[in-house]
Design a protein around this ligand. Structure first.
Ligand SMILES: O=C(O)CCC(=O)C(=O)O
Ligand SMILES: [Fe+2]
Length: 320
């Protein structure tokens, strides 16, 4: 028995992009070109000069780790709600209908407005489930959400510019976004489980754009165009960004949503901070309206699309 393997990182495949000139407006065009190239090829990139304070990331990691290390009975206080908020134990997610369940645990929360209110207008969003036993988790989680969300929106401007669109083309209905975030915990994975078990099994992300802060452990693997797996190890100070299925659909395939997976072969715990960016649920994902008819799939509301995908991936949501 052995772990699923991948070849070492290929910097030409997964580039490191400095988004400083996009953030400060000094050269958004050059960043847009680099983002467009990366999104067309690997669908994965690293971003540096993203502006997210490393101390904020460390604080979020620390609080998340304390939560995941707590007794399952304590974590169960925040057990996932019907609106997909809260703690999912190991085995709660399955990335393909015939796949073994993921080994990860996760804690998921969604957008809250400045008064701490969460929209409750869709099957996939409602009150967040903050664990009373870990009060500091909420502050750290919300700080990560806000910062990573800002990075995602900057990147959406860059992708729009790179496609020859107005910079705000993807940001027209984002006041109360479907975006959600998660802390994802990967226990050390015993080698004896073999090459068919994963922290998170091969999958593409459902939403528009994902922003990820890995820790130093490694284990993320990305599939290249030939179908081979490539490591996407942590790079200090960089966030990992990847195109999700909804951005691929919104751009009629000009951006590529790339399969990826996690193998935690380190013998240590691994923790990721994830932000999944999406616009408001009623936003029509309509490539033809944006870019013309070539390759465009039928328009679909963002919220409807996510609901259908979630129903398949999470056992607790399965319809009897
Ligand atoms: O933890 C990682 O590196 C990847 C997580 C991931 O793919 C996901 O949450 O969708
Ligand atoms: Fe993913």
């Amino acid at each position: 028995m052995a772990y699923a393997v991948a070849r070492p990182l290929d910097a030409a495949l997964i580039p490191v992009i400095d988004i400083g000139p996009l953030r400060d407006g000094s050269d958004p065009g050059a960043v847009a070109v680099a983002l467009t190239k990366a999104s067309r090829e690997a669908g994965f990139l690293y971003v540096v000069n993203h502006g997210v304070d490393e101390a904020l990331i460390d604080a979020a990691r620390e609080e998340a780790m304390a939560f995941f290390r707590a007794d399952p009975a304590v974590k169960a206080e925040a057990a996932v709600s019907a609106k997909h908020r809260g703690w999912l134990a190991t085995g709660g997610a399955r990335m393909a209908d015939d796949a073994a369940p993921d080994l990860k645990e996760s804690f998921v929360w969604g957008y809250e407005d400045a008064r701490g209110q969460t929209p409750d207008d869709h099957p996939l969003r409602g009150a967040n489930r903050w664990p009373a036993s870990h009060p500091a988790l909420r502050t750290a989680a919300q700080a990560w959400f806000l910062e990573a969300h800002g990075v995602a929106e900057q990147l959406m401007r860059g992708f729009a510019l790179g496609l020859g669109l107005d910079g705000e083309a993807f940001l027209e209905s984002v006041a109360r976004p479907m975006s959600r975030a998660s802390f994802v915990y990967y226990p050390p994975q015993p080698e004896a489980l073999g090459a068919g078990r994963f922290g998170v099994g091969p999958h593409t992300d459902f939403g528009v754009l994902t922003v990820l802060a890995q820790d130093g452990v490694g284990g993320l693997q990305v599939q290249d165009l030939a179908g081979d797996w490539v490591e996407a190890p942590p790079i200090p100070g960089a966030l990992v960004v990847n195109v999700g299925d909804l951005l691929a659909r919104w751009t009629a395939g000009r951006c590529r949503s790339t399969p990826h997976r996690v193998v935690n072969a380190s013998g240590r715990e691994r923790l990721s901070l994830v932000l999944a960016w999406d616009p408001e649920p009623q936003t029509m994902i309509d490539a033809a309206a944006l870019l013309g008819p070539e390759g465009a799939e039928a328009p679909i509301a963002c919220g409807d699309y996510l609901e259908a995908r979630f129903a398949r991936a999470f056992a607790y949501r399965a319809k009897p």
